[in-house]
Structure formats: structure tokens, C-alpha cells
Design a protein around this ligand. Structure first.
Ligand SMILES: C[S@@+](CC[C@H](N)C(=O)[O-])C[C@H]1O[C@@H](n2cnc3c(N)ncnc32)[C@H](O)[C@@H]1O
Length: 199
């Protein structure tokens, strides 16, 4: 847990609790998504799939590029778990969804994609949404208006304005946004966005 959360494994319960509240608010929208199939992007060791998505959805697919993590995810959620769908071992920049998803959940992974790959990825995700489907993004947001680079982690933390520009480029509209509470003060603010196709 510490490995996929940069030494902050202990915040997982608070994180999942905040995600549940956000997901509940999405499922209470006027035209909510169904709860048939979800996709966990950058799934790591299956933390979000197991603790958040599987209790809500009939089936959950996972995308994760790291072989060791995806094998651990399979063990963590239980290889015979009836809710476990397809495991895709591939980078999000190359991933082309093959099914229709009610919710596509992206958490703490999009900072590993450059802006162009991220926009293209979000466009492919929006094509793969089922009726009333929603993309959820839960990511660190830079406090200043500039991109922050982390060379150790090979990732970036984007400011709010850039996230908005990226959503616009990908023709997505924000229907809900919230900020995670209860996290340690020294870490980045974590925002949750619910996005639908901008018709
Ligand atoms: C900070 S961890 C978060 C894992 C999980 N989303 C969670 O919240 O527990 C980031 C994960 O993204 C994966 N990752 C990094 N770059 C990726 C990419 N281009 N495509 C897919 N997964 C990627 C890493 O292997 C790692 O499992």
C-alpha cells in the first residue's frame, strides 16, 4: 500500500471513504450511470477496485502497465472473485477500451501521461461510456498555477486551470467536483471530478 501511495498507505481508509461519498453523489444524479461495469485505470495493486468499485459494480476491469502490480492486484481482489472482469496490462497512453463502461475511475495515475496522451486517452474513454456513463478523475492538483514536475516519480502535478483546459479539449464537461478532506496537510490537495460528454 505504501508503495503505490508514495509512503502514505495509512491514508487509504480516508481516501476510500471520500471516494464513496463522491460516488454516492454521482449515483444520485438525475440521470445516474448504471452499476454494471466499471474500469479502474492505473489500478496498481487493486486498492480502488477492491475497496471502492467492487462493492458497487457487478464487474470491474483493471488497466495497469506494471506486471508485478497487476499480478498483485489479481491476488488482492481474488482471482476467483466473480466481480473481477478483465485485467489489461498496458499503459493508458496505448489502451483502447473494448467495452462500454458505466464509470471509468482514474486515480493518481494521470500525472504519468503527457497532456497530448491524456487528452487522447480521455477521448477514447468518452467513446467507451455506456448510457449516462461518467469518467471520474481523482488527482493531486498543484496549488500554484504552474505544472510541478517530479523527476523521481516521472510524473507531473497539474494546476486546476490546466485540468479544465484538458477536459475542454477532450470535449468533457464537469458535472461534479469535490475536494478530498482529512488528508495530511503536507500533501497536495486532491480533487475529484465527475465528467460527462459535452453534448
Ligand atoms: C500512485 S499509484 C496509484 C494506484 C491506484 N490508482 C491507487 O490509487 O491505489 C500509480 C499507478 O499508476 C501506474 N501507472 C503509471 N503510469 C501508467 C501508465 N502510463 N499507464 C497505466 N498505469 C500507469 C503505476 O504502475 C501505479 O500502479
Amino acid at each position: 500500500m505504501d508503495g503505490v501511495l508514495g509512503g502514505y498507505g495509512h491514508i487509504t481508509a480516508v481516501d476510500i471513504d471520500g471516494s464513496k461519498q463522491f460516488l454516492n453523489s454521482i449515483l444520485s444524479l438525475d440521470n445516474p450511470p448504471s452499476t454494471n461495469l466499471a474500469l479502474d485505470c492505473g489500478a496498481g495493486i487493486g486498492r480502488v477496485s477492491k475497496n471502492l468499485l467492487m462493492p458497487y459494480f457487478q464487474k470491474v476491469d483493471l488497466v495497469e502497465q506494471d506486471e508485478k502490480f497487476i499480478n498483485t492486484a489479481k491476488k488482492n481482489v481474488g482471482a476467483n472473485n466473480a466481480k473481477l472482469g478483465t485485467l489489461y496490462q498496458i499503459g493508458l497512453q496505448d489502451f483502447k477500451p473494448q467495452k462500454e463502461y458505466d464509470v471509468i475511475w482514474c486515480q493518481w495515475v494521470l500525472g504519468h501521461l503527457n497532456d497530448y496522451d491524456l487528452i487522447a486517452f480521455l477521448e477514447r474513454c468518452s467513446e467507451a461510456l455506456a448510457e449516462n456513463g461518467v469518467i471520474v478523475i481523482k488527482e493531486n492538483i498543484a496549488s500554484l498555477e504552474v505544472i510541478e514536475y517530479d523527476d523521481d516519480d516521472s510524473s507531473v502535478t497539474r494546476p486546476y486551470k490546466l485540468m479544465q483546459q484538458i477536459f475542454e479539449e477532450a470535449n468533457l464537461r464537469v458535472v461534479k467536483v469535490d475536494v478530498q478532506t482529512g488528508f495530511p496537510k503536507e500533501i497536495y490537495p486532491v480533487h475529484m471530478f465527475a465528467l460527462v460528454i459535452n453534448t
